[in-house]
Design a protein around this ligand. Sequence first.
Ligand code: ZN
Length: 281
Amino acid sequence: MSELKNKRIITVATTGAWPTKENTPNVPLQPEEIAEEVYNCWKEGAAIAHIHVRDDADRPAMEFEKFAKTVELIRAKKDCDIILNLTTSGGVGLSEDDRIRPFYELKPEMASYDCGSMNWQHTTVFENTPAFLEKLGALMREVGVKPEIEVFDPGMIYNARHYLKKGTLTSPPHFQFCMGVAGGIAASTKNLVFMHDCLKEVASDATWSAFGIGARAMEILYTSVAMGGNVRVGMEDNVLYKKGVIAESNMVFVARAKRIIEEFGAEAATPDEARQILGLR
Ligand code: ZN
């Protein structure tokens, strides 16, 4: 275990719900592209792939067939042991059944669990009702999928405490601090330190990861590494590699995160090391 202390898990979120080919021609949107990108990101040091899919018109979707194809293509790459983490949001306004079916049937090792509702980017409500969170937690337990508890503000961390106490979520939990989304907490060092303090109060045994979208992504990346956390990178959160420069691929984000982790004096966890850290089956 002591060697694991110095390991940091890199999650890559290659696609997300929002970037389009107009935003960047380099974002992978269909199963073949996503699977190839995930494989190449694994080669660069990513231990977890957070997966979204799109419909045939490249719009955000929770189409089961697209998930099934993507997962099949990744699993067909026999040397690739990356951990799969399927989204359960897929966008906003999608049906509960559609949000549940991919993880329930495809049984990835992880799936996202968005621990509260929020006003999303000044446009709509990202709805995660109490009843849905109960159901989601129960079904993830049933099929042995570990929730990645996504929190967009400190209130969602305290919301998770309720589900941990009830047994809907089990310990040790894993959290993802999603920062800089309009409607949630802003991405800053001060806020990350505060989110971390809240988490320690709620679940001292929790593992955590963080990312910031937009201009302060690098601040959150560096701070997370410095605080002993894990990191998430990829086009779901940023299409720019740096100001004014569109990233040529998701691999360049993974490679940079790995360099930063190593320059700090830590190491990027392999998928199997990440499994040990997260207590995956
Ligand atoms: Zn996502």
